[in-house]
Design a protein around this ligand. Structure first.
Ligand code: A2P
Length: 270
């Protein structure tokens, strides 16, 4: 066992072989969504877009879930974007964390939503629904994304407008960031839609790809395997349906050991 970490006024036991990090800030967006930032262990390396196993001691047992790291690889802190499930084994506890609390993290990050898993292209689409935006929050803040692609299109679809706020905050943060803003310039396009509320941009991303509205709104040609690359993160149904549309357009699924035209993150779905 490592030394006990102090949380509030009681000491918790930290399991061997995991990092125990300190929560720095917590921001609640809706009844269902929040983000938190925590300290980054000195030796912890990851590639932007990867996920890690994040956990808490619940009673005397650690509970872990896969979480995309939402901060970029260069950041001194780690950021995560989470749902709150009232009776979720981890999130029912995680949603109550406060600055100063301890969060556990297993030592090895992994994942397929990394730039290395894509063959070179001109335009990178990041298709996300709900908290599926998290790995892209990392990638859109990584200068390497803009070295590799001339145009980066982040799509984010949620049920309600309030759930889009994290994405808007991210883009604003980039615009206000001296060195990132210069690197990103006008290469990043953020396309946000909702499905269950009135909003100027409405509809599932799959519908908007199929009827061409996505491309018309953005002023870009339809999907072309020669120049377009994709990354997909969302529910299992969304992954399946979006993947089918990309394959129909002639893009092939890649992996870390076999880069191709698009990649999917399967870690978060059953
Ligand atoms: P919808 O409101 O039409 O179900 P969820 O919270 O269920 O994961 O949904 C997040 C967003 O993803 C919602 O806007 C939802 O649209 C959309 N969505 C759900 N299933 C799919 C799918 N199979 N393909 C594309 N978008 C989907």
């Amino acid at each position: 066992m490592n030394a006990p970490a102090k949380t509030e006024d009681f000491a918790i036991k930290i399991p061997d072989g995991v990092y125990a990090e300190t929560v720095l800030s917590v921001e609640h967006y809706t009844d269902h969504l929040f983000r938190f930032r925590m300290t980054r262990p000195a030796g912890f390396r990851f590639r932007s877009g990867e996920f890690a196993m994040i956990g808490l001691m619940v009673g005397d047992k650690p509970i872990y879930r896969a979480y995309s790291i939402a901060s970029p690889a260069w950041d001194e802190e780690l950021e995560f974007f989470s749902i709150k499930v009232p009776d979720g084994p981890l999130t029912s506890h995680l949603q109550a964390i406060k600055p100063g609390d301890t969060v556990l993290m297993r030592k090895k990050p992994t994942g397929t939503l990394v730039l290395d898993a894509l063959t070179p292209g001109r335009r990178l689409y990041m298709f996300s629904t709900g908290t599926g935006i998290a790995p892209f929050a990392s990638l859109i803040r990584d200068p390497e994304t803009y070295e590799k692609f001339e145009e980066v299109i982040l799509t984010h679809t949620c049920r309600d407008v309030a759930e889009l706020k994290y994405g808007f905050d991210l883009v604003e943060e980039i615009r206000n960031h001296e060195f990132l803003n210069e690197i990103v310039g006008d290469k990043l396009k953020h396309y946000a839609t909702v499905t269950r509320e009135d909003y100027p941009f409405k509809g599932r991303i799959t519908t908007l790809i199929e009827n061409g509205k996505l491309f018309a709104d953005l002023g870009v040609p339809t999907l072309d395997p020669d120049v377009d690359r994709g990354m997909i993160c969302g529910s299992s149904a969304m992954l399946k349906d979006t993947k089918e549309l990309l394959e129909k357009a002639g893009l092939n699924e890649g992996a870390n050991n076999k880069p191709a035209e698009f990649v999917i993150e399967r870690a978060f779905v059953g």
